[in-house]
Design a protein around this ligand. Structure first.
Ligand code: MN
Length: 240
């Protein structure tokens, strides 16, 4: 475990150093490198052990998903911002809410890697074993989907309906919940999303999220998701 954390810290530091250096060079030797460092996005810690979600999501999948995939989104997002200094200093949400207004040279990169960073940062927090739906969540689900059973059925159907890589979400709009899909790393906060809203629940259905354990059996991964969904987190988002 110590080794893994050290490696993660090393990779993070390496990403920041390389960004700082690029900034330093682009500013022709002045000392604004620090500016580059402070504006760089960082890989957030997973917050729990890689094996915390076993047997439903295996440790190796979690490690690769967090330490490799998520890190790559963060690194490439920072690279895109380095290429387009007008984006420096913006928050992640400001970036992904304005894909249409993003300079064309980095629009795809901000969409994919900014989206990837936001989506995974949320997803890690939505995973925890042995939690139960709480009062506000149950009320909202019953009001919008008639029953928990029906909600789960609708959500699983939506997750199974994502063609290729993408996400299924529950979003809230003026108190109303709805289930939507997005392709790739798009998300419901983006101005380009066909349906928008504030996400309160999400499942990553990219194959990298489940293939090592489930191979082509996405349905099994999706039905096991209920065993690792962090209903405590969902409750705070429903309230907020
Ligand atoms: Mn993923």
């Amino acid at each position: 475990m110590i080794m893994k954390n050290e490696r993660r810290d090393f990779l993070k530091t390496a990403a920041i150093i390389s960004l700082g250096t690029a900034t330093h060079i682009s500013k022709a030797g002045n000392l604004l490198a620090v500016e580059g460092v402070t504006s760089a996005f960082e890989l957030p810690p997973l917050g729990y052990a890689f094996d915390a979600l076993e047997p439903y999501i295996d440790a190796q999948t979690m490690q690769i998903h967090h330490d490799k995939h998520h890190l790559a989104y963060v690194t490439k997002l920072n690279e895109a911002i380095e290429k387009e200094p007008s984006l420096k200093g913006k928050t992640l949400e400001e970036l992904i809410k304005n894909i249409n207004g993003t300079p064309e040279s980095v629009r795809g990169a901000i969409r994919n890697h900014g989206g990837g960073h936001w989506n995974h940062s949320m997803f890690w927090q939505l995973l925890k074993k042995d939690t139960k739906p709480q009062e506000k969540t149950l009320a909202a689900i019953n009001a919008n989907f008639d029953s928990m059973e029906n909600f789960k059925k609708e959500f699983e159907k939506s997750a199974m309906g994502v063609f290729g890589s993408g996400w299924a979400w529950v979003v809230v709009n003026n108190g109303k919940l709805s289930i939507i899909n997005t392709p790739n790393q798009d998300n419901p906060l983006m101005d380009i999303a066909t349906k928008q809203g504030k996400p309160i629940l999400a499942i990553d259905v990219w194959e990298h999220a489940y293939y090592l354990k489930y191979q082509n059996k996405r349905a099994e991964y999706v039905s096991n998701f209920w065993n690792v969904l962090n209903w405590d987190k969902v409750e705070t988002l429903v309230k907020g």
